[in-house]
Each structure stands twice: as C-alpha cells, then as structure tokens.
Design a binder for this molecule. Structure first.
Ligand code: FAD
Length: 343
C-alpha cells in the first residue's frame, strides 16, 4: 500500500529476592539478542498509569501482546510537573510526579508474566543519591536492565536543567550505573558484598536530538554514551526506514558497534501529523501524510498507522534488525495488529 524504503521468589547467595523469567533466570537485553541468533525479537514500551488509577488497565493492554513472546518490556518514567491547587482563593504550586511507580510496575510485570523488564531511569528531577537508591531497588529485585536517559526539560522550562546533585547528561548517568557495576557507590565508605551487573540502554536519534546542532555532533554524543558503558541503543520513533538505515551506517562509521534497536510508533490520530514533528522534530513521509489526510475518522487513521508500521516492520525485519520495539502509548490493539503480521 505504501512506498516505505513462575514468578519464583528465592533468596540467592547474596540474600536478594530474585524474580525469575521463563528460562529460570534473568537475562540482559544483549543476551536475549545474542540467544536469538539473528532472529528479530518483539518488544514494547508501556507508560505507568496516572496516580490513583488501577494497574489492571496496564495488564489489560499487556495481556494481548504476551502471545508474541516479548523477552523484555520497557516501562517509562515521567518527569515531575507542577500542579496548581486552589486554596483560599490563591493558587498553591505543588510539584509532583503524575505517573509514579516505574520500578514497582517492572517488578509486578516480571512477577505476573515471567518476563524481563527495563525501567527507564532519568537524570531530570533525580539526585544522584536518589538514583543510587533506585538502582539498589532494581538490583534487589533482580532487574538487570535499565534505560539511561536525560529526560526532557520541564513543561515550563525552555531548556533542560539538572537538579542540584543531579546529572546533566545521560552519559553521566551511564557512568554512575557502570560505577555501581564495579561496586563503586557514591560514597566510598561502605563495604561492597555483591556487585550489580546492569545492562544499559541509551537513546539514539535517527533524525538527531532536537537540541543537537547537527546529526554528526549528536552521533559523537551517542558514541560518548557507549564509551561510558552503554550496551545497546533504542532509537526515537521514525517513519521512514531510510533514516534508520542511514543512522546505523553513520553510527558504525563513528565506531558505535552495540546493537541499535529501532523504535516504531504506529500513528493513531490525525493530530499526530502536527504533534509528532513539533514535539520530536521528526519528518513524516509524504505518502503517510496523504494517507492520513484522506482519512475521515481517527479509526481510519489508526488503520493507516497500523498498515504503515507493518510495512516498516517487515522491511526492518528483512534487514535483520535485532528487535522491533514498539511505543504502545498505553493502548495495545494496534501493536497487536502489527505483531500478528510479523511474529
Ligand atoms: C527510546 C527512548 C526512550 C525514552 N524514554 C523516556 C522516558 O521514559 N521518560 C522521559 O522523560 N523521556 C524519555 N525519552 C526522551 C528523552 O528523555 C529525551 O529525548 C531527552 O531530551 C534526551 O535524552 P537523552 O538520554 O537522549 O539525553 P543525552 O544523551 O544526554 O543528550 C541530550 C542532548 O544533549 C546533547 N549532549 C550530550 N552530551 C553533551 C555534552 N557533553 N555537551 C553538550 N551537549 C551534549 C545531545 O547531543 C542531545 O542534544 C526517551 C527517548 C527515547 C529515544
């Protein structure tokens, strides 16, 4: 149609509660890729429910995707935001995280589905000390993969600002996680008995990060993250596979040899035509724009989005990408429709 280029709790020798996956042990994302022997794997990303909402809604969206055997599921972390609460005629400003619970959700999903999970860890809004606590939680829970991200600027800020005692760039966060893997905690006064062994993912941008002055500079920054210890890259969404293939070639030329996992988002509503380029500074192919423009309802747009993502995914799978990683954005019907055609 388109032209598109048992939850098993056990106390191990280190006295840690471990959650086991299907093979009886946790695995790193990179080991899942190695074990697949060139077969493309299926994975997806979910967003924690809004504070106060039930986790059941999340399960309802994960359930239909489990038949495609995702070896790992990513769980995002959201930045804190300001809430304005009216109090005696005045607006009281409170800072809060509307979608907390990333690590808890990871543990719950591992428990329920026997799958590995990847919590997203942010620089923004977290001190290095808080990050250390979070990583210690992950280590105790047997979560061996983390995605290290800077996070975006807060909604009212034009530019990203690190909090006092926080990291400025994802590369520094990768460095902290790698230090922990070497048994180096923030304060050297503790005795270390049992090191963590996190597999670290980082973000890559086939159409460059919106703040980067050029793709070449952004690739150098990506190489710095890999040199700091990142084990794999997951890309920002793209709608033209050519952008991904060129990015992978340019990354290789830059000396980046870790797996680069394509991130795919099925377009779902007409408004995405404006929203996605505005928020992520990405281009949409003319054929896709025309097809969406021709839709009468958002239900029709959803079908176009699925069809486009199927074509994209098939070409990527044929090219031998390690994993097809889908941004499910809370609803799984479209990802299920895509996965049914491929896995
Ligand atoms: C797969 C994926 C998952 C994501 N998940 C989340 C999530 O769960 N929660 C969330 O809030 N956001 C998430 N994001 C969005 C991400 O946080 C933003 O894109 C953010 O703006 C950049 O994060 P980063 O880790 O790429 O930052 P960095 O790698 O730190 O790069 C940020 C910018 O700084 C530049 N830069 C890097 N190092 C230097 C340096 N030394 N000097 C000057 N400039 C430098 C880079 O070129 C880039 O422009 C995700 C993005 C992707 C692709």
């Amino acid at each position: 149609m388109f032209k598109t280029s048992s939850f098993t709790k056990m106390i191990n020798s280190e006295q840690h509660v471990t959650i086991k996956n299907n093979n009886g042990k946790h695995m790193k994302v990179t080991d899942h890729i190695k074990n697949a022997n060139g077969k493309t794997l299926f994975s997806f990303e979910i967003i924690p429910p809004k504070k106060g909402n039930s986790i059941q809604q999340l399960y309802n969206n994960i359930d239909p995707l489990m038949e495609f055997n995702p070896p790992f599921i990513d769980v995002t972390t959201s930045r804190e935001e300001y809430l304005y609460i009216e109090k005696e005629g005045l607006l009281d400003r409170k800072i809060t995280r509307m979608r907390p619970g990333t690590v808890g959700i990871c543990a719950a999903i591992s428990h329920k589905y026997n799958v590995d999970t990847v919590p997203h860890v942010l620089c923004g809004g977290f001190t290095k000390e808080e990050t250390e606590y979070l990583l210690v939680d992950c280590h105790y829970l047997g979560i061996h993969n983390v995605m290290a991200l800077r996070g975006d600027a807060m909604k009212h800020e034009q530019y990203f600002k690190a909090c006092d005692g926080g990291h400025k760039f994802a590369k520094e966060l990768v460095g902290q996680i790698q230090n922990l893997n070497k048994g180096q905690y923030l304060h050297d006064v503790i005795e270390v008995d049992g090191k963590s062994d996190f597999c670290i993912g980082v973000a890559g941008y086939p159409e460059k990060h919106l703040e980067a002055p050029s793709l070449k500079t952004d690739l150098k920054r990506l190489k710095e993250k890999v040199d700091a210890g990142a084990d794999y890259v997951v890309t920002q969404m793209f709608f033209d596979n050519k952008k991904y293939f060129e990015f992978v070639d340019a990354a290789k030329a830059e000396g980046i040899t870790v797996p680069i996992i394509p991130g795919i988002k099925p377009l779902a509503v007409k408004r995405h035509l404006q929203l996605l380029p505005q928020v992520f500074k990405i281009d949409l192919p003319e054929d896709l724009i025309d097809a969406v423009d021709g839709c009468k309802t958002n239900q029709d747009v959803r079908k176009v989005g699925v069809e486009w993502a199927i074509q994209q995914s098939k070409e990527l799978q044929e090219a031998g990408v390690p994993v097809l990683h889908y941004y499910s954005m809370g609803k799984s019907d479209n990802v299920k429709a895509i996965a049914s055609e491929l896995f």
